[in-house]
Design a protein. Sequence first.
Length: 465
Amino acid sequence: MRLSSNGTHVKISFLSSLFFLSLLLIIPGISQAGISQEQREATYRQLETFANVLSILQENYVEEIDTDATLEGAISGMLLSLDPHSSYLTAEDFDELQDETRGNFTGIGIEITIRDNILTVISPIEGTPADAAGLQAKDLIVKINGEATKNMPPMEAIKKLRGPKGSEVTISVYRDGWQELKEITIVRDTIPLRSIKGMFLDPGFAYIRITNFQEKTTKDLKKKLAELEKESTIKGLILDLRNNPGGLLDQAISVSDIFLEEGLVVYTKGRLPEQNMTFQAHANNGKNLYPLVILVNEGSASASEIVAGAIQDHKRGVIVGTQTFGKGSVQTILPMPDGAGLRLTTARYYTPNGRSIQATGIMPDVEVPYVPYVEQPEEKRVLPDFIREADLKNHILSRDDSAKDMEEDASSTAEAVTSEEQQAIDHRLKQDNQLRSALNILKSLNLYTEYRTSSDLESGQQKQR
């Protein structure tokens, strides 16, 4: 997306230290607005001290120092002292960041941040080596190939996690509840760009998973919705944003816009006027107004939180799951001399009702903690301690039961067998308690909507009489 503010072209996107972590504003030049003369004089005095220290190091350190590397380290340390998302990008780092925007990179497939000076997983990207290895949101990566990550600059961690397709990287992971570190060896691969998956869970009740917000996410979402609508009328939709680390801002806005008729989607607010921007929804002429449930968890970040926040504030759907990550700051990428770059936090973003998501996240309307599914052995399953009329021997069949039995006798064996696709859906619902809850809530919303619609029609007919 390109905007214009006082003649300056601004490109807005979500990117990550590894995969789509931060909301970025890429602009040419550095503004000096808001700096007083007194502040400048104090800065010059500090810079003089810095220069003196550097000179002492050059002349007296035990070994000859690499001045360029020392200066880059000083700049990186200065930015890391501000917040986890501000950083200095060497020319090589900046080129890699440009590659990320084009989606051309290999790695293990995780969203990372720095918390308490330790590399922390926001979420694994679905379908990647990290996902297959079982990494989870809030996992701490304590070591990479035996090297401690504490106080490690984010870009250095990125370089160590990245590598050629087929190569291995070993990470030492700590998870809350574990007694010791666990070493996990992961084979790097190309990170998939497919961001949309969808199906019907029940007749009329659709499910779509967005794994991240890529350049074509909105286009692919509209395409998937059209495909599902050809199969059957959509009576309700579950939009799954769990473990979605974010992506492009314009895609978050346009995805929200699919389900909103009007109003504010998100706005940013910083120290400078040009950092304050608002983004509005557009009329959809009554399309896609079916009941909506958004699934989120602690791995939902950035763009995912924008969508969930917009839907929640407009009371357009029900947010189900657990509290989201809370990545609500805006990063600006400033090109520097010699091809380097500066990633600097410049603003926060807010939901339509003025809520800052930074460090708080989105609280679901219906909190449903994820409960890992454990298959019970057949012999250990506990039978229910109650019986019904239908369980009694020689019970009388209802008329409906008699008709049903006749229909079943007439049907072929092949028709009675559940399809492989339906078996896969049933298995997924069985294993995923959050998805089951979302489907039940969606069905309830649909029933309520049908009841309200029926009541409104009857009321209108009575008034006409």
